[in-house]
Design a protein around this ligand. Structure first.
Ligand code: FAD
Length: 346
């Protein structure tokens, strides 16, 4: 698979302010900013001469803890905006999009950024529609304040796009492309200011037709798939949900997150939040282990940036071997039990 860079024709630069201000729309959990939102902050720091504000919403003590965390977690954050309302305590796209619209009206930001995860993909296009601008999604590189790189054709080509619209330029970023450097997180010396968003007009508005029902979180002991250092993925070859436990056991031994192909998800072996690929999660761990995965282009789109790829497949011609650093032609039902036996207990 070859990567191509496609440059679109140059357009006149007239609409973006050179001295920008960026709003990062952030998620929080347990009183801290979630890692994908920290990546969005890292992306914001790639915009030249831009001050960074972080927008947090929700209610209760954890929102205020998260605000304190945001104020001290990154040296580039100059302001934290807190929207405290029961209407924002769940990640429903409509009220969040209206909040972004409201904050933009008073803040006049040049850029608004969120991670391209299910939250960002849900909220940002709606916010862009309310603001009557066209969002640029899934950004993997920032060349300057209006030139961005994003993958197209399931990651087979990289496209350089120039934003020529009016402010704000709305971006969702691929968090694996903007790693958070621990050094920058630790080196914060002064705290950002924290201020409340005036929600007096917002609270009276009709906040959409969606209703929050419930949220199911994955097993807390397992690392989050999107940020794990090691991912162990199983494909259709596992044949059943029961057999998929082999993948889970191996992941547990390695302290890894579990991933799956769409074929494994569609067959009902695992829930769809474990799907890796074009229509699933994008991952770039230190180590990606694929068992019984053919290596379809849509799967590769979600894991090809992994640092080391290990593949086990009983077909020597399986496409996964073209991207694997280490490949083993073998039967996963023999290989995994052997690995489980030989790997030390954690
Ligand atoms: P298969 O293609 O059936 O491959 C199974 C592999 O296991 C084979 O290579 C076989 O040789 C090997 N095998 C069989 N038995 C054993 C054994 N005992 N030991 C070792 N190896 C064995 N797919 C995704 O994964 N993620 C996506 O996000 C995604 N998005 C899609 C979006 C669109 C629009 C479309 C059209 C498709 C998408 N797909 C996606 C589906 C994708 O095209 C493939 O169908 C899917 O990835 C195949 O999954 P698989 O490798 O598990 O299954």
């Amino acid at each position: 698979i070859r990567k191509r860079t496609v440059s679109l024709p140059a357009f006149p630069r007239h609409s973006i302010h050179r001295h920008g201000s960026t709003l990062v729309v952030a998620e929080h959990e347990g009183g801290v900013i979630k890692p994908p939102s920290l990546s969005a902050v890292a992306a914001a720091t790639c915009l030249p001469e831009s001050s960074v504000s972080v927008l947090l919403a929700g209610s209760g003590a954890s929102l205020h803890q998260a605000a304190s965390h945001a104020a001290s977690c990154h040296p580039s954050i100059s302001k934290v905006l807190v929207a405290d309302s029961d209407k924002l305590k769940n990640p429903l796209a409509e009220p969040w999009a209206k909040l972004v619209h409201l904050v933009q009206q008073s803040g006049g930001y040049s850029h608004i950024i969120a991670a391209a995860n299910s939250f960002g993909k849900n909220v940002m296009p709606r916010a862009a529609a309310l603001l009557d601008v066209s969002p640029i999604t899934d950004v993997t590189g920032i060349s300057d304040s209006n030139t961005f790189v994003r993958p197209i054709y399931a990651g087979n080509a990289l496209c350089t796009v120039r934003y020529t619209g009016v402010n704000p330029c709305i971006l969702t970023i691929r968090s694996t492309s903007f790693p958070v450097l621990q050094k920058s997180v630790d080196s914060k010396s002064n705290e950002a200011s924290i201020s409340q968003v005036d929600l007096s007009t917002f609270d009276d508005e009709d906040l959409g037709k969606s209703r929050y029902i419930s949220q199911t979180s994955q097993d807390d002991e397992r690392p989050d798939l999107g940020n794990a250092r090691v991912v162990v993925t199983g494909g259709r070859a596992l044949k059943s949900a029961e057999n998929f436990k082999l993948i889970e056991d191996l992941a547990k031994k390695l302290g890894a997150a579990v991933g799956a192909t769409r074929a494994a998800v569609d067959a009902g072996y695992v829930p769809n939040d474990l799907q890796v690929g074009q229509t699933g999660k994008i991952v770039a761990p230190e180590l990606y282990m694929a068992f019984g995965v053919s290596g379809a282009i849509q799967h590769l789109a979600g894991m090809r940036d992994s640092k080391v790829i290990v593949a086990v497949n009983n077909d020597a011609d399986a496409p996964i071997f073209q991207v694997a650093d280490y490949g083993l032609v073998g039967d996963l039902f023999e290989v995994i039990p052997e690995l489980l036996e030989k790997l030390p207990e954690r």
